[in-house]
Design a protein around this ligand. Structure first.
Ligand code: MG
Length: 239
């Protein structure tokens, strides 16, 4: 999974590097498919419950599960979320980032920073002896203290031989609750933080999740392994 995580990180780095106003989300998809085949890895989302692409690309009020399209042109001021899942030698890894396109206003940048910080806070609690709810709570607090909300209908998840394994990891909830964390567990932690209400709906394409109030959303995700000697981010990544 560490090798798979490194490949995901490299692919995502290439995609974020090429992101700028004027390209389409399909351009990102084409590059991703090329990288997957070079790395002899399989895109985990392609065909998952019929999903038609290697990437989820979601813009602004789109929260997650947006479908890349040659008609979606990125423009300055957008927030783009790219989510990539990978299958490599029997194991899955999963990662997402939110990136500003061109010149983005202060409030959107603040949303990105808070969502990134919420993921970091959750990862800090992902260690042996803590409980699952400690992660959920640690993600929720900084998001809500900043005046934002966390999405309720979609959660983080266990990951390994399957893309989505139990348990679900809500991005909210009481600390001290849920199962105890043990060495060998691997989680995809993925806060989705909304500027306005946490409520979402699914568009007519049956995939794209949007905020009901049309306000912006940010999403960051890492695959994290619980280890005796301290947890490891298998998809660790710096912009
Ligand atoms: Mg995930």
């Amino acid at each position: 999974m560490r090798v798979g995580g490194r490949i995901v990180r490299e692919i995502l780095y290439d995609l974020t590097s090429m992101t700028r106003p004027g390209i389409t989300t399909w351009d990102l998809e084409v590059t991703a498919r090329k990288r997957f085949s070079e790395k002899k890895a399989r895109p985990a989302f392609m065909g998952y419950r019929g999903f038609p692409a290697a990437l989820c690309t979601s813009i602004n009020e789109e929260v997650v599960h947006g479908i890349p399209s040659p008609r979606r042109v990125l423009k300055s001021g957008d927030i783009l979320k790219i989510d990539v899942g990978l299958y490599y030698k029997g194991f899955y890894t999963d990662m997402a980032v939110s990136i500003p396109v061109g010149d983005v206003d202060e409030e959107k940048l603040r949303l990105l920073n808070v969502a990134r910080g919420a993921l970091r806070a959750g990862i800090d609690k992902a260690k042996v002896g803590n409980r699952l709810g400690d992660i959920s709570h640690a993600i929720q607090m900084p998001a809500e203290e900043a005046g934002f909300s966390v999405v309720r209908e979609y959660t983080g998840h266990g990951i390994g031989r399957h893309l989505h394994e139990s348990p679900q990891i809500p991005n909210f909830g009481p600390e001290g609750s849920g199962p105890r964390l043990k060495p060998g567990m691997v989680f995809a932690l993925e806060p989705m933080v909304n500027a306005g209400t946490w409520e979402t709906r699914v568009l007519g394409d049956d995939w794209t999740v949007v905020t009901v109030d049309g306000r912006c959303s940010a999403h960051f995700e890492h695959t994290v392994a619980i280890m005796e000697e301290g947890s490891q981010i298998l998809t660790d990544y710096r912009m």
